[in-house]
Design a protein around this ligand. Structure first.
Ligand code: PAF
Length: 284
C-alpha cells in the first residue's frame, strides 16, 4: 500500500493512474478502523481499479472538545488492517496539511441541519462538509463510499455533491454489526465491559420499533415503545428517537406514503455517544 502524507505527491500518483484510464474509489475515514470501514474498502475494490482510504481526525467537526481529545488514534493498527484488505493507497495528512488556516466558511444546509444530529452537534455538518469537499478536490475520485450508520452525514454529502457540482457517485454501504447487533463504530472501544453489553440494547430497541411499526403502522406508539424499552437501562440516556423518510429525514406520519423509512436513534451509553439506525422496508 502506498502511503502519502502530503497532497502534491498523492495527486501526482493519482493523476498517473487516471492517465491510464484507471478509476478511483475513495473511502474517507477518521481512522480507528473496524470491519464497517473494511466493508467500504471492499465495496470500493469491487467497483474501482484503485482504492484510496483517508485517515484524518477532523477537528472542525467536533462540537465537543473532550470528544476530539478522546477520539481513538491507532494509525499503525489501521495500516495493518488496510494492508490486509488490499487497500491501494492511504492518505493520512497532518492538521497543517489539511488546514494551513482555520476555515471561516459556514454552510447552511437548511432543514437537514436542524434535525437529529444537527440539533445536538452545533457546527458539526459544516465541519464535515468542509473536510469532505477538500478531500474530494484533493483525491478527485470517481466513487466515494460512506456507511449507512451516518445516514444524515450521507444526505449532507449528497447535498454538497449536487449543489457544488462534484458529480461523484456516492455509495451508501449497509451497517456492519457485532454479533449482538451493536453497530460497529470507532467509539465502541471507549465503552467499558458493562457499557459494551448494554450498548447492544440500542439495536434491540430499533428491531422492536421496526416490528411494531410494520404491524401497527403507528409512528407515535412505536417511538414510545422504543423509549420505554430503553428506559429500563440505567446506563442509557436517549437523545433522540426519530422515524423519518430515509431520503430527506422528513418526519413520517404515515409509513405507506414513503418509499423508505429509517428508525434512528442517538443515545449516550455511559459517557459515550452512539448513533444507529435501521431501515423499515426490505434491506435490513
Ligand atoms: O464519517 C467519518 O468518519 C467522517 O465524518 C468523515 C466523513 C471521514 C469526515 O471527516
Amino acid at each position: 500500500m502506498r502511503i502519502f502524507e502530503d497532497i502534491n505527491p498523492l495527486q501526482a500518483f493519482l493523476r498517473s493512474k487516471k492517465a491510464n484510464q484507471e478509476n478511483i474509489g475513495f473511502v474517507p475515514t477518521m481512522g480507528a478502523l473496524h470491519q464497517g470501514h473494511i466493508s467500504l474498502i471492499n465495496a470500493s475494490k469491487v467497483e474501482n481499479d484503485i482504492t484510496i482510504c483517508s485517515i484524518y481526525v477532523n477537528p472542525e467537526q467536533f462540537s465537543n472538545p473532550t470528544d476530539l481529545v478522546k477520539y481513538p488514534r491507532l494509525l499503525q493498527e489501521d495500516i495493518k488492517m488496510l494492508e490486509a484488505a488490499s487497500c491501494d493507497v492511504l492518505f493520512c495528512p497532518s492538521d497543517k496539511v489539511m488546514y494551513p488556516e482555520r476555515p471561516k466558511l459556514k454552510i447552511d444546509f437548511g432543514f437537514l441541519e436542524t434535525t437529529m444530529e444537527g440539533k445536538f452537534r452545533q457546527g458539526h455538518f459544516t465541519g464535515v462538509a468542509i473536510i469532505v469537499s477538500k478531500l474530494f478536490h484533493i483525491v478527485n475520485p470517481d466513487r466515494v463510499y460512506f456507511g449507512q450508520k451516518d445516514l444524515q452525514q450521507f444526505l449532507i454529502v449528497k447535498q454538497i455533491n449536487n449543489e457544488l457540482s462534484f458529480n461523484l457517485q456516492l455509495q451508501c454501504v449497509p451497517i456492519v454489526r457485532e454479533q449482538d447487533g451493536l453497530a460497529m463504530s470507532s467509539r465502541n472501544s471507549r465503552l467499558d465491559k458493562k457499557e459494551r453489553l448494554t450498548a447492544a440494547q440500542l439495536y434491540q430497541s430499533l428491531t422492536i420499533g421496526k416490528q411494531n411499526l410494520l404491524v401497527t403502522e403507528n409512528v407515535f406508539d412505536t417511538k414510545n415503545k422504543m423509549a420505554h424499552y430503553l428506559s429500563a437501562f440505567n446506563d442509557i440516556r436517549v437523545e433522540y428517537i426519530e422515524i423519518v423518510d430515509a431520503a430527506d429525514l422528513n418526519v413520517v406520519n404515515d409509513i405507506t406514503q414513503h418509499e423508505q423509512v429509517a428508525l434512528c436513534i442517538a443515545a449516550y451509553v455511559g459517557n459515550v455517544r452512539l448513533i444507529d439506525n435501521i431501515l423499515l422496508f426490505n434491506i435490513d
